[in-house]
Design a protein around this ligand. Structure first.
Ligand code: SF4
Ligand code: SF4
Length: 397
């Protein structure tokens, strides 16, 4: 496939999720949300609607404005999203609306893995503080409500000297209200470590229907919430249309109907240890669909049927379990590569794809795959690693 073909295919598919998959489902009158379901975000005491806005893929300020107007109060962004422009958009919209004091802003500071490992604690601390201050400037705010360490995958990272001191310093000076970290990989290990450690107020974790069978993760989340850590769910709608290519024919029908998104989002939110979710909608139709879940989490018959008939393992979603790592002779960081490919193919967010690749340790990213004639890596689930690596090679050839 040529680069042009890959781009047009993925952009077309991502657009179809909103334009066809969701827009084909005009909500009947009885689907309008009733009283909005809210929950408390752990020890922060913040009370939030269960549906919030993951701003990562959005580039339309009107979408952020509409999200606030319908009732969303929590906006999740990051310094690296759109290289800072995402934060600027969130900050400007909330400022223009005059509602900064009524909205909860969460943002993230990413220090690449290599620097996290190699920098002395004092340098790491000042680097983190500098990046956090830059975020506050872009957000046009004196303080953010939640500041996350972006992309933590190992327990050792949450206790490493440097970043913790930076977070404590920012908190002491009133530049952040609460500290946390985001995690896409090694979530169970990180949740457990944070619970025992007691420092972090909030954790933003991947959680979706494809992870339904991960009992260890479910237990770790439950225990973390019981210990007072606020849990926010991301990557909630693992099941983008394009996954259907890897599904058996009899299951593809579910990817043609709009009900899927509400089914999987409700599935996440029915776990009461999740305070709120940050789905990354990019269209007004998607916003309406996701927000409808805040009005009630009972399954409609078709949603229940979808979940009953669709095995989580069949979703071909990379659950970031790392089981594939030993199968790569070059030590490629396959979970990160799969996540980068997801940003491009499922979200059409090529900037985030590139940044995810750039954050991988030298020698373990796509360069390892370019020197590999044939992919021999094997997934413990159903992910076609070779195909997705091939997609990335096409993009970055
Ligand atoms: S590609 Fe498969 S084995 Fe590797 S992390 Fe993802 S789900 Fe796990
Ligand atoms: S192409 Fe596959 S086997 Fe080769 S380096 Fe990349 S992940 Fe490993």
């Amino acid at each position: 496939m040529t680069r042009r073909a890959f781009f047009s295919k993925t952009i077309g598919t991502a657009a179809a999720v909103g334009a066809a998959g969701l827009a084909l489902s005009p909500a009947p009158a009885q689907d309008k949300p009733g009283p909005i379901l809210t929950r408390t975000l752990g020890r922060t005491g913040l009370t939030l609607p269960v549906v919030s806005m993951g701003v990562m893929n959005a580039d339309n300020p009107e979408l952020v404005r509409k999200a606030y107007e319908v009732g969303m109060r929590h906006f999740d962004t990051a310094g690296v999203y759109a290289r800072g422009r995402n934060e600027m958009m969130v900050g400007k919209v909330l400022k223009d609306l005059g509602v900064r004091d009524r909205a909860v802003i969460a943002t993230k500071v990413l220090v690449p893995d290599e620097q996290r490992r190699s920098l002395p604690a004092a340098e790491l601390k000042s680097l983190f503080i500098r990046l956090a201050e830059e975020s506050l400037g872009r957000l046009q705010t004196d303080a953010v409500d939640i500041l996350y360490i972006h992309d933590v995958g190992r327990a050792e990272e949450i206790i490493r000297p440097g970043i913790r001191e930076a977070l404590a310093d920012l908190k002491k000076r009133g530049r952040i209200r609460f500290a946390g970290f985001s995690t896409h990989v090694g979530m169970t290990e990180c949740l457990e470590a944070a619970r025992l450690d007691g420092f972090y107020d909030v954790i933003l974790t991947s959680f979706n229907y494809a992870l339904a069978g991960d009992r260890a993760l479910l237990s770790a989340m439950q225990a973390a919430a019981a210990a007072g850590i606020g849990l926010v769910a991301m990557k909630t709608q693992c099941t983008q249309n394009w996954y259907k290519e890897e599904l058996p024919g009899d299951q593809r029908k579910y990817y043609e109907v709009p009900i899927l998104h509400t089914a999987v989002l409700k599935w996440v939110l029915r776990h009461e240890f999740i305070a709120t979710a940050v789905p990354g909608f990019t269209t007004f139709d998607q916003l309406d669909t996701d927000w409808s879940c805040a009005g009630g989490l009972d399954y409609k018959p078709e949603e229940a049927a979808f979940l009953e008939e669709t095995s989580p393992a069949a979703l071909a979603y990379c659950v970031q379990c790392r089981s594939c790592l030993p199968s790569c002779p070059r030590g490629a960081s396959i979970p990160d590569l799969m996540r980068a490919q997801m940003y491009a193919a499922a979200y059409a967010n090529f900037g985030q794809c590139r940044q995810t690749l750039e954050a991988i340790s030298p020698g373990r990213g796509l360069s390892a795959c370019f020197s590999c004639a044939e992919c021999s890596a094997a997934c413990a689930q159903r992910v076609d690693i070779a195909k997705r690596i091939g997609d990335l090679k096409t993009l970055f050839v």
